[in-house]
Design a protein around this ligand. Structure first.
Ligand code: NDP
Ligand code: 8X3
Length: 255
């Protein structure tokens, strides 16, 4: 496939972390890109950086608003309308306290972003994706959706939704050109933990120091690999951890 034949890639949450690295990775391969997020100055700078490599359209988009998502979808310029690779990446965790100490507003924000936001964008592009000879949805779930750990409550549950939603989409679209993947990373170094701990740089440093965590570029490589599998193959789910991370014992709380 020559660069001019590459399908359009839409990435949500391209202003940082996985989304940013994925935009760069696909741009290096010449894929036309639609990049979105809430921070316009970052989108503009990224668009300027990548424009020598490929065609880029950026739009400020808060995925939590179904109205904004519909308007964004309808207003895509003609050259970018035929989205064939959707990377549903925008998401966040807020807090890691036990459930009874968590803020209800944080729970709502996680559900609104990780569940409602992802559903908004997916629904808005299904007819476009179905019209393509081959298309791919890559949803960012997490190990937190597969395994329980203290302080994960709503975050982990929102990612369990993403994993099951991905499987259910697979079920609906079996035999069509639409492929769906639930990508489930473990600990990765990005702004994610700054957001989770409300900008606390000390906590961020403690978490990542010596952990040799996954880097956003590792995830970008995996996303490109998934998207470039032959059309007859669907990567259903892919869980990846840093080598330094693994499961521990079940806890037993004795009286
Ligand atoms: P970052 O915090 O580095 O990036 C998150 C991105 O999501 C930003 O671009 C942010 O952009 C965007 N975003 C957040 N809220 C919204 C919103 N309401 N509307 C649109 N965009 C939004 O995190 P990561 O790159 O690490 O995480 C990306 C995804 O991967 C998330 O879904 C996360 O849950 C998941 N994940 C992360 C892991 C990790 O350890 N880092 C591990 C497993 C999964 P902006 O603020 O400009 O809107
Ligand atoms: C983020 C991974 O392990 O911090 O999705 O919950 S973890």
């Amino acid at each position: 496939m020559t660069a001019s034949q590459r399908p359009v890639v839409l990435i949500t949450g391209a202003t940082a972390g996985f989304g940013l690295a994925t935009a760069k990775k696909f741009a290096q391969q010449g894929y036309p890109l639609v990049i979105t997020g809430r921070r316009e100055e970052r989108l503009k700078a990224l668009s300027e950086e990548l424009s020598p490599l490929t065609s880029v359209y950026y739009a400020v988009l808060d995925v939590r608003s179904s109205e904004a998502v519909a308007e964004f979808t309808n207003n895509l310029p003609e050259a970018f309308k035929q989205v064939a690779i959707l990377v549903n990446n925008a998401g966040l965790a807020l807090g890691a306290e036990p459930a009874d100490q968590a803020k209800l507003s944080d729970w709502h924000t996680m559900i609104d972003t990780n569940v409602t936001g992802l559903v908004n964008v997916t629904h808005s592009f299904l007819s476009t994706l179905k019209a393509q000879p081959s298309s791919t949805i890559i949803n960012l779930a997490s190990i937190a959706g597969n395994w329980a750990y203290p302080g994960s409550h709503v975050y982990g549950a929102s990612k369990a939704f993403v994993a099951q939603f991905s499987r259910n989409l697979r079920s609906d679209f079996a035999g069509t050109g639409i492929r769906v993947t639930s990508l489930e990373p473990g600990m990765a170094e990005s702004e994610f933990s700054l957001v989770r701990f409300n900008g606390d740089q000390d906590k961020y440093d403690q978490i990542y120091q010596g952990a040799n965590a996954i880097q956003p570029e590792d995830i970008a490589d995996i996303i490109l690999w998934i998207a470039e599998q032959p059309a007859h193959l669907n990567i259903n789910s892919l869980e990846v951890m840093p080598t330094s991370q693994a499961w521990d014992n079940f806890k037993i709380v004795k009286k």
